[in-house]
Design a protein around this ligand. Sequence first.
Ligand SMILES: [Zn+2]
Length: 218
Amino acid sequence: MSRPAKNQQPFDLCGDHPALDFVNSLDNRFRPNGPIELLADYGDLLRFMEQAQLLSSQQARLLARKTKQDAGAQVLQSAHELREAAAAAFYGSVDRRPPPLTDIRTLERHFLSASRHRELRWEPSTESSDGRPGIAWTWGRFETEADLPLWVLSQTVSDLMMSEEMGRVRTCGVATCRWLFLDTSKNHTRRWCNMKVCGNRMKARRFQERATAPRVSR
Ligand SMILES: [Zn+2]
């Protein structure tokens, strides 16, 4: 089946955490006339992983080369499933409303699957400055499997959800956008996903409202 030429624009990674950027890849999630899917095929998924620095370009190239179309489509479907369950939990936390139990079970399944596809290895430490070797979890022999992006994303989502940083997850102030971001600002006052997009959109709207407000009679 032929597809229209793809718009290969880079992803807007303004969420300041790859797990949140991943959720934001369903754009305009709350728009009345429907969202826009930015991860439309396995190639998009690899492109996102590489840009978010969750995979090296070498890993992404290898997976693009060796993954068959059917296998890639299946991984993409699982990634969408993971993303939507993660979205329910992130928005549930921000809005203080529990996500559906099915989403919690979906996350559990993905997190457990990611932890089952790792290997303990003896490696130079990336934590210590002198590179002293030690025991570390790696993707090991699973690193060349089509599912690698799914496991890495599951791990990334799980890491954020279990961390203190969860308290800093916020949503963009534009109602149709509500992109997620990690508020790392000093006074915790960040309001927009991307100042250039939604910040300006709100400013323009306020300007327009002022310009079209009924005039006081002369
Ligand atoms: Zn926004």
